[in-house]
Design a protein around this ligand. Structure first.
Ligand code: CMC
Length: 392
């Protein structure tokens, strides 16, 4: 038969060549186009990182301004899209709405089906980056029954998103610069992470030459699960379930018990067997936001602070190299900002869109592109003869 490697979960399979992101899990290193994530989170901002991921170099001042203008021009959704939001039940999870609405965008941008045209690829990329905050914010507004807030293009990317989520008509809404900065950091820290499950999904879906909006919808679907992007929501729900600081030991004991499927959400990572470098920055950001907003009256945040300490001091987590990951701290920040847990994964999706888009663009432009087609280890019946129904 054919010869191939059996690698369930792709723990040791490289599926592509890429020049975008480098990770050294043992050392806890994450570089985008060579730049360390810590430097980008501290000195850069999300749209500049988008430019870097998409085009390979940091922009000049003029290039950045031009890029920001192009993104800003595309933040509005086609007015007809409103009907897609309205078609959902009010209690729909915002991720379900995002999968549907982003998939539906493929029907609005038929020109994007010509993926061999570099200009079409460029426009599709910009549209996706620009519209995703509007889509995520509108999924939220629809969910809570408030009117949609249209994008305001004099605001920066993060402030615009916060305003579309939290502004209500007839009331002024000022975006706090500390919160806007923290939001931008969450976007930046989630921007790309090489061949994770959702990015691999986008690559596999687009390897057939499919419409990019449909492929990004596939990525959103994959991200939703609790082992991946859904971990931030699952983490906060776990913190709420723990409820009070005195119950932490009980949950740590459950996480260590081999007969209990319970895991500490927001801990551990497939690649990082060291502190997740994104988590280091996110932790600082969480401390800033908590200082600003206070945790005294928020038991969930108190549990988070104590759980982090308890797990880091526990030999089980040390031996298995289980550290708090990026989703542990991002969930805490988003909770403090007032987002409901159902919005945590949509915010991850909007941030990761640039990673999906950059990797899609890189892949489509590769003249050696092949359709993704994994093999399998067949463990079923060997060949046998058909038996007529009356003889079974
Ligand atoms: N709590 C308790 N034990 C754990 C945990 C945890 N969170 N994570 C891993 N372990 C144990 C696991 O039981 C296993 O033990 P043993 O070797 O004795 O069987 C060992 O550590 C290795 O775990 P694994 O499941 O083989 O590792 P993996 O690389 O397949 O899984 C993971 C990685 C992220 C799915 C896993 O650590 C996990 O389920 N974490 C909780 C969910 C989570 O926070 N996910 C977000 C990941 S970061 C954001 C993103 O990229 O999406």
């Amino acid at each position: 038969g054919d010869v191939f490697t059996h690698d369930p979960g792709f723990t040791s399979t490289s599926s592509c060549e890429s020049t975008i992101t480098f990770i050294d899990g043992a050392e806890g290193v994450l570089l985008h186009r060579g730049y360390p994530i810590g430097q980008l989170a501290e000195k850069s901002h999300f749209l500049e990182v988008c430019y870097l991921l998409l085009y390979g170099e940091l922009p000049s001042a003029a290039q950045l301004e031009d890029f920001e203008t192009r993104v800003t021009r595309h933040t509005m959704l086609h007015e007809q899209m409103v009907n897609f939001f309205r078609g959902f039940r009010r209690d729909a999870h915002p991720m379900a709405i995002m999968v549907g609405v982003v998939g539906a965008m493929s029907a609005f941008y038929h020109d994007s089906t010509d993926i061999n045209d570099p200009w079409q690829r460029e426009v599709a990329s910009i549209r996706l980056i620009a519209k995703m905050p509007t889509i995520a914010a509108w999924a939220y507004k629809y969910h809570i029954g408030q009117p949609f807030v249209y994008p305001r293009n004099d605001l920066d990317y993060a402030s615009n998103f916060l305003r579309m989520c939290f502004a209500v008509p007839a009331e002024d809404y000022e975006v706090d610069p500390i919160l806007s900065r923290a939001m931008d950091r969450i976007f930046t820290l989630h921007a790309d992470h090489e061949q994770n499950a959702s990015t691999s999904t986008v690559r596999l879906a687009s390897s057939s030459g499919a419409n990019p909006f449909a492929c990004i919808a596939a990525g959103i679907a994959c991200l939703w699960g609790p082992s991946h992007g859904g971990a931030n929501q699952a983490c906060l729900e776990m913190l709420r379930e723990i409820g009070t600081v005195d119950r932490i030991p009980e949950f740590i004991a459950r996480a260590k018990d081999k007969n209990d499927p319970f895991r500490l959400m927001g801990f551990g990572h497939r690649v990082y067997k060291n502190f997740d470098p994104r988590a280091t920055v996110m932790k600082q950001s969480a401390d800033e936001v908590l200082d600003l907003l206070g945790v005294e009256d928020n038991p969930t945040l108190q549990v988070a602070k104590e759980l982090e300490k308890a797990a880091l001091a526990d030999p089980y987590f040390a031996e298995k190299k289980l550290f708090p990951n990026v989703d542990f701290y991002s969930g805490i920040i988003l909770e403090a900002m007032g987002f409901p847990t159902s919005m945590f994964t949509p915010i991850f999706a909007l941030s990761r869109t640039i990673g999906w888009v950059s990797q899609w663009k890189e892949m489509i432009a590769d003249p050696k592109l092949k359709i993704g087609r994994p093999r399998q280890l067949y463990t079923g019946e060997s060949q046998r003869d058909y038996v007529d129904v009356e003889n079974r």
